[in-house]
Every structure is written in structure tokens, then in C-alpha cells.
Design a protein around this ligand. Sequence first.
Ligand SMILES: Nc1ncnc2c1ncn2[C@@H]1O[C@H](COP(=O)(O)OP(=O)(O)OP(=O)(O)O)[C@@H](O)[C@H]1O
Ligand SMILES: [Mg+2]
Length: 856
Amino acid sequence: MAGDTPILREYRAVKAEHPDAIVLARLGDFYEMFGRDAEVASPILGVALTGRSFGAAGRVPMCGVPFHAATHHVRRLLGAGMRVVMWDQVGDADGGKLVRRDVTRVLSAGTAVDAELLADDAVLRCVAVVAGQGRAGVAALDASIGDLELMELAGGIDSSVLGEELLRLDAAELVVPESGAVSDSVLAGVPRAVLPDSLFDVTRADQRLLTFSGVANTHALGLDDVPLARSAAGAVLAYCERAHIVITPELLRIRVRRPGSTMRLDGATRRNLELLSPLGEGTSLHSTLDRTRTPMGSRLLRAWLQEPLIDATAIAHRAAGVQAVVRDQTARETLAAALRAVRDLERVVARCAQGSASPRDLAMVRDACAAVPHVREALANVVHAGAASDAVEQCVAPGAVIDRLAQMLVEDPPANSRDGGSIRDGADPELDTLLAAGAGARTYIAGLERSERERTGIRSLRVGYNRVFGYYIEVPNAQRGGVPDGYERKQTLVGAERYVTADLKEQESIVLHARERAVVREQELLREMASMVALHAAELERTARALSTLDALQSLAHVAADRGWVRPEVDDSEVIDIEAGRHPLVERALGPGRFVPNDCTLDAAERLVILTGPNMAGKSTYLRQVAIIVLLAQIGSFVPATRARIGVCDRIFTRIGAHDDLSGGMSTFMVEMAETALILRQATSRSLVILDEIGRGTSTYDGLSIAQSVVEHIHDSPNLGCRTLFATHFHELTTLAASLPRVRNARVEVVEEGGAVTFLHRIMPGGADRSYGIHVAKLAGVPASVLVRARGLLADLEQSRPLAGRTDGGAGQLWLDIAPPADHPVVSELAELDIDQLSPIAALNKLAELRERAAT
Ligand SMILES: Nc1ncnc2c1ncn2[C@@H]1O[C@H](COP(=O)(O)OP(=O)(O)OP(=O)(O)O)[C@@H](O)[C@H]1O
Ligand SMILES: [Mg+2]
């Protein structure tokens, strides 16, 4: 490598340490990328690929971005799934020596905690997973708040529990051991970092846990029974260290999660119930419920939706908090107003601990602390309010921090500390002295114009400042004759000359020097304040969590109050009893007064409802509505109904609609059966099962047989018998109610009048006998000729091949008001054509003629 420039040598060393990352090397005002990195990054960033000659190393491909736009470009690289190393200049460039450079950050999807890279609503979790002896250890670190969640799951690495946990955690990045074990299908598409197995070694992991948590021995951490999770935690902390993220003992919060402590939700159910994102256009359940006033409150609400509770007492505790705020409108409004000032306290405190807080961040801590008394006051009259009361208790702001920040910071400090201006006048004598020195000189300079005009008699003399030359005295060419001795020429313009004097230079140096030192002093003061916040991080983070809880509670209360929801009675029964329930999303989409409420009763005696009814009647809506109401009840929310009693469900399963998973290599029917299989294998007698048209994706007889046997299995199997709603177009299934005691039929009512069908969207007892599919086809604009043919075929089929179990023998065909296509003259002419009398040529001519006329 002789002939390499020193910088290239250093660069190669960094690259060798981070072979899987794009290295951004700070060279002056640019971040440059070299070699393969440049080739990969330039198309992603849309910047030109150039090259540069490095002595004997030859020409190296290269591209660069201006340093002030780095954030934007880093975000793009991360977005493309890249890992990014910031190789920055540290120390000064003077002395003609090589500037010292160090890796200051390693950024990846799960570690980009920087304020500019992290969206308010984004969850940033790096999740380490390790397997052993049929179990999986999981450690999820949210480095933006210092939260580390540990758990151990039975069932190993490919189990559905693990998959569900990773979904719940919103893993942004997976950290896995080199030796594999975690198959690529686990969270496919989420970037993964592969670390040496040694980092997962439990002894080393324990050591790291102790260092990070500042605790003397592992027993004190209470993690003795989760060794695999400890291994994972060691690895994720090591990864974080490598990324240059600081997690102090005050910031780190370690929690162990016991499996089965909350409701499990599989991916399909999350999607079907539109928890976080809508299936079509519309809105998600989260955005419908989100009336939070802080980003952290919104994230907590999201977490609540992802893990409904299964303990009736815990649910009641939360619901009591919502209820207290629903009842007291004044409390609700003042609380909401007070929370506005709180902002993203949990992340801001973490940035203080991580040494990346801006002056504005410190002001946010100050304002949030100042809001605490207002929050407490808003809820002063709210007592015995479960989760709300607990949270109010926990809301405390350390007096020392409040006083210091209030005393030091200006009202509205700048976003960075580069130019000063964050500290109040009179707050720090040293700073004041520096500023005063600068001010004296500035006053001198300000007066200079007048005094020099008087001294020289040059009326148009001017004193000015520019970045390159600093302060100068400008004299127009016409007056140049009057320039006194001691003026030193600095710059020549078209119509004027610029000068400096020894005096001016001295004063200028005082101004600039004072400013520089003042900025340094300010930064010192800001750092002190940030460390003070960092020392109180644990307390402040607890307050932040309490404030988030209050925010999420008031959000649910706001929605409940605005939309007339009620507090459900939640108990350990096996009942679901909903009076006048509504689907919150469909109701909102339809607008006020348009949604038809429906009841739902499932209990020990009748726990399996077979719902039939025409297409478009509202079967799917009803099924989802019941599931959503149960879910809302179990997160402690009020529900859209006039009354509801919900016996806690351990899981909600949904099998809804047909969708393809082509990228996963499954056909529509295969997906349907896989989801059904999962339900039959995993549901318990305490689950709620929503089955929407299973068996639809195959031939009628196949489908019907599968559907019927699924119903029988759920009904008869001793450990199933779960509460089930089954919507189907197989009307034959309604006969099952006669033979299976816990099955009940329900149908969605429609009114037929003169061939027109009106959908009432009302659920009634009993079964329906037809689907009106052809009617819906008509509504959808299928051509009349097709409809007429379909109606004919339907009549034939129902006469000749009644499906087994039919009770009405196919009688009573619905007469649909579908007109056959009007006779076209071409049609009658065609009918009369005597083909035998036509030669082939004549036939072709006739055909061409008819086609022409048909087109007019
Ligand atoms: N309770 C209701 N009140 C008012 N409108 C409703 C109600 N339920 C459903 N709708 C309306 O009817 C539309 C169709 O509902 P849904 O998809 O639930 O029908 P479906 O019976 O499942 O039909 P298909 O058999 O074709 O799947 C909904 O998009 C909604 O606009
Ligand atoms: Mg449907």
C-alpha cells in the first residue's frame, strides 16, 4: 500500500471495522464516500459518482454530500436499509497536521435515536433474539428512552408466540447471533445485525448488564430465571455501545415481561381489526382513538392497543381512570391543556443523559416540569380514579432541576448552541463579563462612524461588517483624498475603498474573542444543566411515563365523551353481552345517524352464532364490531354501545376475507386454511373467534364441508367451545342449530319490495335463505345480459341440485328487477339470417356490415 495517503489508510482501517456499513468521512465541508460505498450510495442519494486520484492507490470512485445536509442523506441511506458510520472530524484543523477523525456514530434502523432522524410517532426498538433448548430469549431495547424489556418464550425461535411478540414490539432491527438459529422468515424485511456468538455469552452478557445498570450483582436485577433473555440483553447492549449510544444507569430501565400477561394478537387479527393501519383508505383504530396531546402519549396508546389486558382487575383499574376523566369535563379540558406543554419529555430526558440535548431540549424539560403542577391541579378533584390517581401520584418534578433551568435559560432558546443566546442575562457572572467586554467594543464600533466622520471630514464614510474581512471603514472613491494616515487598505470595490485601523482591529478582536468565549461558556453551562437532568433521569422518566399515562387516559376519555361511548362491565365470565353496539370506524365513515346499532349475546348456553344474510348486508362489519368492542374493553377503554358486559377473552382470532399472500408463496385458499388451522389449534374456551366466510375459496361442496366440520369441531371439542361468530353464505349451515345445542342462528334483515332490496343492517334471530348476490352484482354495474343469464342459471341450479340440508327446497325464487337487454335491430336480423344460403365471402361481408351497424 505504499503511496497511500494517510487519510486513505485511516479510512481503510475504519472500513475494515465496519465492512457492512457505508462510511461517511468528513472532509472539510463535505461527507465523502469512497470505493464500493460511493457506488452503492450515489444512486440512493441521487448524487454524482466521481473519482479522485490517491497517489499509488490510483483512482478511487467517490461521491459526497454537504455536511449541513447530512441528516437528509443519512435518512435516505437508513431508509434503504443501510447501516451508516459517521467518521467525523474531532479537534481542530489548524497546525497543518492531519485532522483527528473518529467514528462518532454507527446508525442503523434500530439505533438512529438522533432527534433529527427519529419521527415523533416512530417506535425505535432494537430486538435481540437468541435460541436455546426449545426456548427463545428476547431483549428489546428502545434506546431513545433507555427502556429494556426482557422475556423468555417457550416454543423456540420459529414459534408463533415469538412472531407475535416481535410484531407487538414493532422491532425496527433484529440483533441475532452468527451461529444462526433465527431463520430468515422471522420478521422478513426487518433489517438484522448479525453479531459474534461471544456477545451472546451469558457470562459476558451479565457483566455488561451490571455495567450498564450500575448494579453490583445480577441477583439484584431479578433476572435469575431468564438466562436466555439476559444473553440477548448483553448482545443488544453491546450493539448499542458499538453504535456509540450512551445509556446511563439512571436512564436504563430493565423490565421482565412474563408471557401470557396480556392478550396475544396474531398478525392477521392486528390487520383485520385495523389496529394501527387501515385495510383500505379509511382510518385505523389508533388514529380514531388518538386525541393525545404529546407524542409519548400517542405512542403509549399505540402500545396499549398492541397488548390488551387479560386481568379484569387491571382492566378495571385503567377504565376507572378513563371514567374519572369522562365524568369531569372541566378536568378533562384543563388536563388536555396542561399536557400540551409537556411535549416528548421521555425522549428529551434521554437526550440529556446521552449528551445530545439541544438548548431547546432543555427548555422542553423546564416547560414539562412547570406543567406538572397544572396537571396535578387539573385532577385535584378526581379521586379513587384507578390508573389516573396512580399516575398523578407519580407525577413529580425534581425541584432542583426546575429551579436551575428556570433561572438559567431564556424563554425561547435556539435549536443549537453554536451562536449562543440560550442563557439569561444575569444568570452567570462569567458569561455576563464576557458579554459586557464584547458590548463595550461593540459600542465603540457603533460610535466609530460618527467620530471618524467628524475627525476626517468625510461625510459619506461608513463603518460596516462582513464575514470575510470583519469590520471595515468604507470611503467612496470621490473622497479618497481625505483618508488620514493610519488607514490601512483592505479591499477595493468598484466605487469605494475599504480600510481598517489598528484601533478597529483591536476592538474587533475583543468583540469576536468575547463572543467565542461567551459561546464556549454557554455550552459549558448547557452541558452542566444537561448533566443535572441526566442525574435525575430515572425520576424524570417516571414522571414522563405518568404523564403519558394521563395523556392516553384523557385521550380515551375524550373519544368516549364525544362519541357517547359507555364503560363496559368487564369480568371473568364467559359472556359477551352488547346492547346497541357500533363499529367505531364504519360509523365514523358513514357520518352521524347512519349506522344501525346491533346487539350481541354470547354466553355459556349459546356461544356460537351462525350469521347469514345477503351480500352487503353488514355481516363482516358486525363481526369486526364485536371483536373491536371486546378489544377496546380490554385496553380499559369505553366502548361504542349503550351497554356492554364482556367476559375477558384470552385471545381474539379473526379469519376474515380472502387475501393472497403471493409473496409468502400461498394461494388464497391456502392462506384461509392456514389461518383456520391456527385458530383451531390455538384457541381456548376463553377465546373469541371471528370466522368470516371460511370455505369460500374453493368449490361449493368442499367449502361447505370444511365450514360445517369447523363449526362442529369448535362446538364439540372439549377444550374449545369458544365464543364464536361465523358469517357465511352457506345457508345450509343454519340447520346445524337444530342438532348442536350451543349454536344459534342470526341473519341480517333485508326488505324486498317490488324487486328492489333495501338493506336494513339489522341483525335478527333465525337464518337467511338467500344471498342476493345477483342483486349486488347489479348494484355494482355488471351488464344486464350477464345478470339475466345468471338469474336463469341460479333458478336451474336450485331446482336440479339442491345442496344437502336445504330446508326450503329452493322455492321462492327472488324476482329481481333486471331488464333483459333491449332488442337491437341487428339482433333480429341475425336471428333471421339463413346461413345455409350464404357463400363464405357473402357471410364475411354480412358480418362486417352487422358489426358496423352494431357499433353505431
Ligand atoms: N350496521 C350498519 N349500519 C349501517 N351501514 C352498515 C352497517 N353494517 C354495514 N353497513 C354498510 O354496508 C356495507 C357492507 O357491509 P359488509 O361488508 O359488512 O357486508 P357483508 O354482509 O359482509 O357483505 P358480503 O357478504 O358481500 O361480504 C358496509 O361497508 C357499510 O357501508
Ligand atoms: Mg363480508
